[in-house]
Design a protein around this ligand. Structure first.
Ligand code: DHB
Ligand code: FE
Length: 260
């Protein structure tokens, strides 16, 4: 069946591919190398992941598609990359709960409010968060190694639109670099690291969904995130506090606390 939008897209792709080939003038061998690379990229490297999204991410294409589709009024929280490690069936937790179940890392308290674009507080919004553990892996990458549902959970804003939860300070970590895309990064002289972040998906009935991160301001990769996900407005404020009572409540003995 004819599909005019498909025809339009493939026409544009063909024009750009021809221009690209004319610019780089590949040898037959180089052309084959490209075909092989794309073939490997499409192979399943685990039972749930092939690498085309990863490729799109490291070329900045994912962020561009997101920017085109999520133009928001200024002041509204910006989107950034979703990444492959979101798990839809995560625990719903009460505010104040600790998502860190392996007790590794620097204790951190995250607090915030959810508001509409006019600044009105939104009660009952769901703030769904996930991050790596202090070794730089998501729980789904280390089944049987990390506790179940380590470093993920969803919190609901209270009557004043507030949410708060305990975790550990995020750290930088490499995107999966053992496949064709990792090999490509190596050939380009690029590192595989993502600037330290906490992921969040914020949903509320009757509102657009926000898919975003909180970035850690002092991360050494803040200005060179390998998937170009950093936006100035998403860099959090981390403040060191010595609150042994709060720390004890969170199950961390007398440790310093970071607040967002
Ligand atoms: C994330 C991981 C990736 O491998 C990627 O390509 C993009 C984002 C992440 O979890 O942040
Ligand atoms: Fe991540």
């Amino acid at each position: 069946k004819a599909h005019p939008r498909m025809a339009e897209v493939i026409d544009a792709l063909t024009r750009h591919l021809h221009a690209f080939i004319k610019e780089v003038e590949p040898t037959h061998e180089e052309w084959l190398t490209g075909i092989k690379f794309l073939t490997e990229t499409g192979h399943m490297c685990t039972e749930w992941r092939q690498e085309f999204i990863l490729l799109s991410d490291i070329l900045g294409v994912s962020m561009l598609v997101d920017a085109i589709n999520n133009r928001r009024p200024s002041g509204a929280t910006e989107n950034t990359i979703l990444g492959p490690f979101y798990v839809a069936n995560r625990p719903m937790l009460p505010n104040g709960d600790n998502i860190c179940k392996d007790m590794k890392g620097e204790p951190c308290l995250v607090t915030g409010t959810v508001r509409d674009t006019e600044g009105r507080l939104i009660p009952g919004a769901v703030v769904d968060v996930w991050q790596t553990n202090d070794d730089g892996f998501y729980d789904v990458q280390q089944k049987g190694v990390q506790p179940e549902e380590n470093m993920r959970g969803a919190f609901t804003t209270d009557a004043e639109g507030r949410y708060w939860f305990r975790t550990v300070k995020p750290r930088f970590y490499p995107i999966p670099d053992d496949g064709p895309v990792g090999k490509l990064l190596g050939q380009l002289g690029r590192h595989p690291f993502r600037a330290a972040h906490i992921h969040a998906i914020v949903t509320a009935e009757g509102y657009d969904t926000v898919i975003t991160h909180i970035f850690e301001p002092n991360c050494r990769y803040l200005r060179e995130d390998t998937v170009f996900g950093v936006k100035e407005s998403l860099v959090g404020h981390f403040e060191k506090v010595e609150d042994t009572l709060e720390a004890a409540e969170a199950g961390f003995d007398g440790a310093p606390f970071f607040w967002k």
